[in-house]
Ligand binder design. Structure first.
Ligand code: GLN
Length: 307
């Protein structure tokens, strides 16, 4: 079977199974099997697949036809230009979550923070570890690229001396986060602990707390696409009655764990800005609260700045 024929077959099958944008799934899976870039497929339509490649492609397309996400099939995904291992025990890192990273990086790079360095940075509900690993990598990269800054200003917030912490209620998720940390060679840079919200961090305070906790309202779970609903971990998605039950507990605990001038960043659902702001003000009455929208114009991140 030639590349072109394999793709035509896959697109037809995926379309029959109501997979959205079947062309994209068809090429991502084939490119992964052939270990080539997607553009290679277009440039080499007549290349023949080996028997093994064809067999593997057929089995992967069958899995995708049942709505299994491409990234669980290929077992890895790109987030902020880095490769992360994923499986069904962790949420697949989303492009929307990259906004969280951008915001934090921009603040740390551009503004004079009233936080002493090195900073203590925590990712609650780390899942695949994508957030904490990206932050550790990007902060470290900036400090080592900018040799002038790092050699003349030891107190830079982009210092590789920052301390990184991450926790998750799921042991299986933590295994994936640790695997990703190994792949980054960052296993010793991040302290991983198992536990619910702030439970693993008794008596510990942080300067930055980042969280992408479950925020889908329980009664809206059934409206999620089949890809998400049937495959991604419900424990990472279902946020209870109004979607903000877990964030409420998180904020109530966070009051004991945020340093003076510390900041909290949470990913939230597309209409949750007002309710989340109300809750943030309730637990942090003197804080500055801001809701940041994603590129689609939807509420996506809330930042809470402690005073
Ligand atoms: N953004 C996810 C979705 O697409 C939800 C993630 C979460 O609940 N933290 O449904």
């Amino acid at each position: 079977m030639k590349i072109k024929e394999a793709q035509t077959w896959a697109i037809k099958k995926l379309r029959e199974s109501q997979i959205e944008q079947p062309e994209i799934s068809a090429s991502l899976l084939l490119a992964e099997i052939l270990s080539v870039a997607k553009s290679y497929l277009m440039l080499n339509p007549d290349q023949l697949l080996t028997d093994n490649q064809e067999k593997k492609y057929r089995s992967w397309v069958l899995r995708r036809m049942k709505h299994e996400p491409v990234w669980y099939i290929t077992k890895h995904v790109e987030f902020c230009d880095q490769d992360f291992v994923v499986n069904k025990n962790v949420l697949i890192p989303r492009p929307e979550t990259e906004i969280l990273i951008e915001l934090i990086l921009n603040q740390v790079k551009n503004k004079k923070l009233k936080i002493k360095s090195p900073m203590q940075i925590l990712d609650v509900g780390t899942g695949s570890g994508a957030i904490i690993l990206t932050l550790a990598k990007q902060f470290g990269d900036y400090s080592s690229n900018d040799s002038e800054k790092s050699s003349t200003n030891n107190s830079s917030h982009l210092s590789s001396n920052n301390k990184y912490y991450a926790s998750d209620i799921s042991d299986k998720a933590l295994q994936i986060a640790k695997k990703n940390a190994d792949n980054f060679n960052y296993r010793t840079k991040i302290l991983f602990k198992k536990g619910n919200l702030f439970e693993p961090w008794e008596n510990k305070k942080f300067d930055y707390v980042i969280a992408n906790l479950p925020y889908v309202p329980s009664d809206k779970m059934s409206e999620l696409s089949l890809d998400i609903l049937n495959f991604e971990p419900k424990i990472a998605l279902d946020g209870g009655k109004n979607g903000l039950e877990i964030y409420q507990t998180f904020l109530s605990q966070a009051t004991d764990h945020l340093n003076k001038n510390g900041r909290i960043y949470c990913e939230i659902g597309d209409k949750q800005g007002p309710n989340m702001t109300k809750m943030a003000k309730q637990f942090f009455p003197k804080s500055q609260v801001e809701v940041i929208k994603d590129y689609g114009g939807f509420d996506r991140v809330i930042s809470i700045q402690n005073s």
